[in-house]
Design a protein around this ligand. Structure first.
Ligand code: SF4
Length: 82
């Protein structure tokens, strides 16, 4: 049995939400190869596609890295803007 550990807070620097563990992508409806990205912060477990589309959208129609956007101001875990 694994020993119980104290919770630890970590911080890391990212350039886009794609580097965040709370970011999930899903194909853009009607697009060939583009994806939309949604924020799943505060949600747990498996999220069906239909539900994921209702979560806050971070980026829309991302086909190339040049289509990506910076982390939004409303991000619930960013510490550089409060
Ligand atoms: S908005 Fe913040 S919490 Fe949500 S995916 Fe982006 S970096 Fe992660």
């Amino acid at each position: 049995m694994r020993e119980k550990f104290k919770k630890t807070t970590i911080q890391f620097d990212i350039e886009t939400c794609k580097e965040c563990p709370f970011c999930r992508d899903i194909y853009t409806v009607g697009a060939g190869r583009a994806d939309d990205f949604h924020c799943c912060h505060g949600k747990e477990g498996y999220v069906p596609d239909a539900v994921l589309r209702s979560y806050p959208k971070i980026m829309h129609y991302v086909e190339y890295s040049s289509d990506e956007k910076p982390v939004p101001d409303w991000c619930p875990i960013r510490t550089d803007k409060k």
